[in-house]
Design a protein around this ligand. Structure first.
Ligand code: N01
Length: 543
């Protein structure tokens, strides 16, 4: 039972902790808080659980981490009883899993659905957060855990005419629950990131015609998805305790199958390296393939050899040489943008009902009543699908209008790029914790497991604060600078920071450019966070 408190003429419900978001991390936070006997509520904008896997229900949506790992570890009965159907789970399986967890642990009674937080204000007199929602509810809590997702705020290009379009338009991340009937329709798809690459074959299979509008081609590698047999699952389940521990000791919180070569690409003759790449291409899924050599993510020359191998694969899969060439990425290193994995993407361009339009050379200029106009041609369409990505990493925090100490606005504090400590806290906004925030490994590590880990760190911290009667706890600017130096040093060794993508904010006009996640690896990251806790949180602001 919450208690009520008068707040600026309105009644606010009072909790120990408000959790924002009922995705995998938010649900886990709520579960742990309830276990601890804390009064907690979870506020969720959607009408169901699952976060990313609730919103992104477009045809073909699928995770790129294998199912036996991309799942909760906190409850052994749960991980023993649940069965996955495919190596890479499709969205419906992940949403079903989220629903199962919510029911199994009775979480729904403490989740308020269709409740979008649009105001977070710190009350300095009481060291509490006041939380306001779009529908007018008010909540007060000492601590807030924002589990608002790294990829939640949809990016829709600001083209003139969108309101004039007489057909249907959808962003993939807000795909209607009842589905969309594309049969017999002329469909335009904008965007060729992971999402565009997943939805392309699905749309092509039903639409009368699919036109893919591509600005930048992506490197996509075969997912080699497969049904999961009982024996494989059983083997994992028998070894779960040990495997889960091993996962936390890896760079990306993922165990890869045994990758045989741990050598530089230049240790091989040209002929040998072609053989090695060919073997790896046929045996591994895309995410493992790019780890075939030790130096392709750091040495541009090594990278170019691997990239050209993949381009040749694209050329061999796509029959029309002009289309094949357009699909070959040539302006950035392989692995600089997030690698996509697919099931039949390139082959889809061999279908008679699919065409590719290069909107790098001839950009889209406006949406018309009947379709899209580029600087070269007009395209009549019945449906436009925006697979145009997200205002990633910072968008979901900034849109909540967060105001901290002395009226400081988070939007101002992050005006030149986000500043955080471990992606978990930001200076001037005490008692506010983020899960997978900017400056954390976030999407570069397996997010369910690392989300559990971060929530555990946050709850350990809250325990410490209560034991020591600390009512206000926050990061300092000095700590932010120290963490920024660590983030920058590790980033400078990778291709990510030199490539335009949502990783660096380059996909959103006007967004400050900075690598938004920590690339030093999950193990190193968790060492930093654990050290801070073990040392009694020295350096943090405490009152
Ligand atoms: O978004 P994106 P996404 N005119 O930003 C194009 C995760 N995910 O939803 O590259 C024309 O990658 C844009 O072009 P360009 C995964 O982490 C995972 O696909 O900016 N085009 C690009 O092609 C992934 O990385 C899975 O030139 C415009 C596309 O839209 C992340 O989500 C599946 C444009 C956006 O690509 C985001 O992926 C799906 C414009 N004005 C997603 N604006 C799996 O687990 C944008 N574009 C497998």
């Amino acid at each position: 039972m919450s208690t009520s408190t008068p707040e600026a003429g309105r009644t606010a419900e009072r909790f120990d902790v408000v959790v924002i978001g009922a995705g995998f991390s938010g649900m886990y936070a709520l579960h742990r808080l309830r276990q601890q006997g804390r009064l907690a509520v979870c506020l969720e904008a959607g009408d169901g659980v699952g976060g990313t896997w609730y919103w992104n229900r477009y045809p073909g949506a699928r995770v790129d981490i294998e199912s036996m790992q991309y799942s909760y570890s906190f409850d052994d009965d749960l991980q023993q009883e649940w069965s996955w159907s495919e190596h890479f789970s499709p969205q419906p399986d992940l949403e079903a899993y989220a629903n199962h967890v919510a029911d199994r642990f009775g979480l729904r009674e403490d989740i308020r659905f269709e409740t979008r937080v649009d105001e977070l204000t710190f009350d300095e007199s009481a060291d509490e957060w006041h939380v306001g929602t779009a529908s007018g509810e008010r909540f007060v809590a000492r601590h807030v855990i924002a589990a608002t997702g790294s990829l939640d705020v949809s990016n829709v290009p600001d083209w003139p005419g969108l309101d004039r379009f007489r057909g249907e338009a959808y962003h993939t991340s807000r795909w209607p629950k009842e589905g969309v009937d594309l049969a017999g329709k002329r469909v335009g798809l904008i965007g060729t990131g992971s999402t565009g690459i997943q939805i392309t074959p699905e749309v092509a299979a039903v639409a009368e015609h699919l036109t893919v509008f591509q600005r930048t081609p992506n490197f996509s590698l075969p997912s080699r998805n497969r049904k999961l047999d009982a024996e494989y699952q059983q083997e994992w389940k028998a070894n779960y305790p040990e495997r889960r521990k091993q996962i936390l000791g890896t760079h990306g919180a993922v165990l890869m199958s045994n990758v045989a070569e741990q050598r530089s690409i230049f240790d091989y003759t040209e002929e040998e390296r072609e053989e090695v790449m060919e073997r790896a291409w046929n045996a591994r899924n895309g995410l493992e393939f790019i780890r075939t050599f030790t130096d392709t993510s750091s040495d541009p020359k090594a990278n170019e050899i691997l990239a050209e191998f993949v381009r040749n694969k694209i050329r061999s899969m796509v029959h029309d040489p002009e289309t094949a060439e357009l699909l070959c990425p040539k302006t950035y290193p392989i692995g600089g943008k997030r690698i996509c994995i697919d099931s039949g993407y390139y082959e889809t361009f061999n279908r008679d009902n699919v065409s590719l339009v290069d909107v790098r050379t001839h950009p889209i200029e406006e949406v018309t009543e009947s379709g899209l106009r580029t600087s070269e041609s007009e395209y009549d369409l019945d449906v436009i699908i925006f697979a145009t990505g997200f205002d990633a990493m910072t968008g979901s925090m900034l849109r909540m209008n967060v105001t901290g100490v002395e009226g400081a606005r988070l939007a101002d504090h992050w005006a030149d790029g986000p500043r955080t400590v471990f992606g978990l806290m930001t200076a001037g906004f005490p008692n506010l914790f983020m899960v997978h925030g900017p400056g954390s490994p976030s999407v570069l590590a397996q997010m369910i497991t690392t989300g559990e880990w971060q929530v555990d760190w946050i709850l350990r911290t809250i325990d410490h604060l209560e034991e020591n009667e600390i009512s206000r706890f926050g990061a300092t600017p000095a700590q932010e600078s120290e963490w920024a130096a660590e983030v920058d040093t590790t980033a400078s060794r990778t291709m990510h920071s030199r490539t335009d993508s949502w990783y660096t904010g380059a996909n959103i006009p006007g967004k400050p450019r900075a690598l938004l996640m920590y690339v030093g690896g999950f193990q190193r990251y968790s060492d930093w966070c654990t050290r801070a806790a073990d040392e009694g949180y020295t350096g943090f602001e405490k009152k």
